[in-house]
Write a protein that binds this ligand. Structure first.
Ligand SMILES: [Zn+2]
Length: 105
């Protein structure tokens, strides 16, 4: 199973799903999650990627990020709430099925 249970993003992940996408606004690096519309700062001028971008890129990114809520990300190694929830509901389901069979496992 490829589902991640812990955040594997060095600059933190979405507090709900643990994902991180990237966008630069000039030399500021932002992480964001398009599914949950949240963002968090990853610092400034850490990567050189912004050098090859234009004012138009940054304006587009700034507009996109302005619609996202700024949050505190979960850190690398932290459990991902959505994955944990999904797993515990699967576990609960399996337990219920096992119970119906008569717990003869
Ligand atoms: Zn998310």
């Amino acid at each position: 199973m490829s589902t991640k249970l812990v955040c594997e993003e060095y600059f933190g992940g979405c507090p709900q799903c643990g994902e991180a996408h990237w966008a630069n606004v000039h030399k500021s690096h932002w992480c964001f999650c398009p599914h949950h519309r949240v963002r968090w700062s990853a610092g400034e001028n850490i990567f050189s990627s912004w050098h090859s971008e234009t004012e138009a890129d940054w304006r587009r990114n700034r507009e996109m990020l302005s619609q996202y809520r700024e949050v505190k990300p979960i850190e690398m190694g932290d459990p991902i709430p959505m994955a944990i929830e999904a797993e515990s509901s699967v576990t609960a389901l399996l337990r219920r099925i096992a119970g119906q069979i008569g717990g003869a496992a």
